[in-house]
Design a protein around this ligand. Structure first.
Ligand code: UDP
Ligand code: MG
Length: 316
């Protein structure tokens, strides 16, 4: 199994992280490796990681990124370097207790493709917790796989999921959501959550908003479709208004402001049509976006049967 840890300016946490992570891995009773990804740290995280790796005879590797690319990109880089049948991700700040790893792995052994940690009791600021709740509802809806906690990075994935996620090579990937779209069985287990051991969170409100926006636009065309829907809504209302105006005129006869209201109805109708037109153009742009993104439409894991061969290898 592999553990992938993204690291950005975490020099104060790395030694204690390793002193807790290593015994857990040794206690698993299976081969393990750890891939640290130094995400362009400007402190001496890289030096400390290299020292750890030097003492571990190839079981610990350090991927040095050229600059800071963000947590999810760092995890992708780590995924690509990992070789285990099971891959666990973990934060470097000790908010995710390494001692939970055996439980994640047990859940994978039970036949799950993805196992997510669920921080039932979060040790984060209040605004983070509220934002998170909204974020999780939204993500569950968009991805179609309900989970309490998409933000928890203490997770385990099976190899084939990791390979598919890496293959997607997305520029703004949100790893837990992307992985879930390729999984057959997904489980979520409660895990502990601690205060950040040292240093400050690398995300501010803007960073979190950016991540959420990435997620929405990365997984659905709903924002664009909302535009068309709004357009249709406005036009329908305008038509109803026009009908109302005609009825009003028939019942009460011509009124002084009648012409003005008629103009309004016509205006609203065309405003709605413009929305709809923009939405339609957006819909085509969205389809192009889906095509260029090249996420797999389906993934064949195996072909079963006595003589099962790939179709193009059959001769007669
Ligand atoms: N991280 C990273 N690159 C970044 C931001 C964060 O590799 O640009 C790492 C960070 O070192 C930590 C993990 O991602 O190991 C989670 O970051 P953080 O603890 O700041 O996020 P929070 O727990 O506040 O969500
Ligand atoms: Mg943290």
């Amino acid at each position: 199994m592999s553990v992938v840890v993204p690291v950005f300016n975490e020099s104060a946490n790395l030694t204690s992280l390793w002193s807790r992570l290593k015994p857990v891995l040794e206690g698993l009773g299976r081969p393990w490796e750890t891939v640290f990804v130094d995400d362009g740290s400007r402190d001496d995280s890289l030096g400390i990681l290299r020292e750890i790796a030097a003492g571990e005879e190839g079981r610990v590797r350090v991927v040095e990124l050229a600059r800071n690319f963000g947590q999810h990109s760092a995890i992708l880089a780590g995924f690509r370097q990992s070789r285990g049948e099971i891959v666990v991700t973990l934060d470097a700040d000790l908010q995710n207790p390494p001692e939970e790893i055996p439980r994640l792995i047990a859940a994978i052994d039970e036949g799950n493709d993805v196992v997510g940690g669920w921080r039932e009791e979060r040790h984060d600021r209040a605004y983070r917790r509220y934002a998170s709740r909204l974020h999780n509802r939204l993500t569950s809806l968009i991805v179609g796989v309900p989970m309490h906690d998409y933000g928890c990075m203490l997770r385990a994935y099976r190899r084939h999921i990791v390979d598919t996620v890496v293959e997607c090579d997305e520029k703004a990937a949100f790893v837990p959501a992307l992985a879930n779209t390729f999984a057959k069985r997904v489980a979520e287990i409660p895990v502990g959550h601690d205060d950040r051991a040292s240093g400050k969170s690398k995300y501010n409100l803007f960073g979190l908003a950016k991540l959420s926006l990435n997620l929405i636009t990365g997984f659905s065309l709903v924002p664009i479709q909302l535009l068309s829907m709004t357009g249709i809504g406005i036009s329908v209302l305008a038509v109803m208004m026009a009908i109302g105006l005609v009825a009003h005129r028939l019942i009460y006869g011509p009124q002084e402001e009648g012409a003005l209201w008629t103009l309004f109805a016509i205006l609203f109708f065309f405003v709605g049509m413009i929305f709809l037109a923009l939405g339609l153009i957006g819909e085509y742009a969205g389809r192009i976006y889906i095509e260029v993104r090249r996420r797999p439409t389906y993934i064949v894991r195996a072909v079963h049967g006595v003589d099962a061969k790939p179709v193009d290898a059959q001769t007669d």
